[in-house]
Design a protein around this ligand. Sequence first.
Ligand SMILES: *Cc1c(COP(=O)(O)O)cnc(C)c1O
Length: 441
Amino acid sequence: MSFTPEIFSANASFDSELSIAGVSAGTLIRDFGSPLFVVDEADFKSRAFSFKTALDKHFGIHAGNVYYASKAFLNKEIARWIESVGIGIDVASGGELAVALAVNFPAERIQVHGNNKSEAEIEKAVLAGVGAIVVDSFHEIERVARVAASHKKIQKVFIRVTPGIEAHTHEFIATAHEDVKFGFSLASGAAWKAIEEIESEKSLKLVGLHSHIGSQIFDAAGFGVAAERVIGLLAKFRDHYSDELPELDLGGGFGVAYLPGEESVNADAVLGELASIVTRECGNVGIRVPHISIEPGRAIAGPTTTTLYTVGTTKNIELDGGDTRRYIAVDGGFTDNMRPALYDAKYHAVLANRISTSHNVSSRIVGKHCESGDIIIREIELPEDIAPGDILAVPVTGAYGRQMASNYNHLTRPAVIAVIDGNARIIVRRETEADLLALDI
Ligand SMILES: *Cc1c(COP(=O)(O)O)cnc(C)c1O
């Protein structure tokens, strides 16, 4: 029985059972049903705030904004928390924008992303008065310009630049070109051409450059190479227009620990390194340090949330060679956590409702869907006496968990419960079969 506090949310503890912010797993399931996403509210706010503190500390007067990448985990209450800590929010669709606007999120702190924003989405953003739209294609430059002009507005825009860096987990690869659907490539000259087009549009105001190089990044080197290249483009802008762009957004992607023994990126350390790289590069090309913004999603939401499942069935399967694998089927599956199926992502789990004294056996946690790929954890050692009715807790499911959930097999998506100081409340109710049927004509 191994409770590993380092990968649970800050206010999780294990006495005779798992508790989150003072509410036990058994109580949560009894009161709200199963499965559940349980968010540690104080941890969420404190993680969001820690990025702001670190950005302000290391960039001082050059600190821009922290924009929470809402695609990681979004609902109205989370948007309110983000608002309350004083940071901004990134939205990447009309739907995400609608959530932010529904809680009166200050429009100037909303930044709009997406590689294929519809004209309707652009119009909604322009009319709301969002702080900036990050343009991603030549078609979009024309569209945003036209929409802004038609409403007699001047829209602030960033250019999403792809600097030829691919960063995933512990390594990054710097290439000349980048074969991706996002942004304007630096190497091909597309990014420069985008600058020229925007500068020629009266209804657009180019405020800066943006780059986002990937996800689950653990060291600052990849951000550093991206920053160097994009700062080169800022210098070219200065040379050509005798003016400096005031903003540089270096995106998100800060990595988090999913398994015992892994370590999450330390916001303070990585921003400290970034500050020295940015200051040095701006010095090299002789431009003022722009306002630096960042867009963490996973690193804010991921570690704050735990999924609680109830065990439904178990099965022992004899493997070739005589070993046994124990299948533990829970009442959710890849519809509430598609990262293992999508990215081969690894998770940890603990028996949450009691302490077991039985020995561990090789186990596989699976869901209840009609797909053999419906696996939450492929291989984990868990107590042999786990049985129907037990509760399993899977930590670090806040980012891209509930938010990527689907209704395959017509499962209803789990509720989201916020816990703080011994109190638990629903912030997203569980879907019902009536919700599912409501769309059918
Ligand atoms: C997804 C995304 C982020 C957040 O990425 P994380 O890995 O969750 O931090 C930030 N910026 C952009 C443009 C993104 O697409």
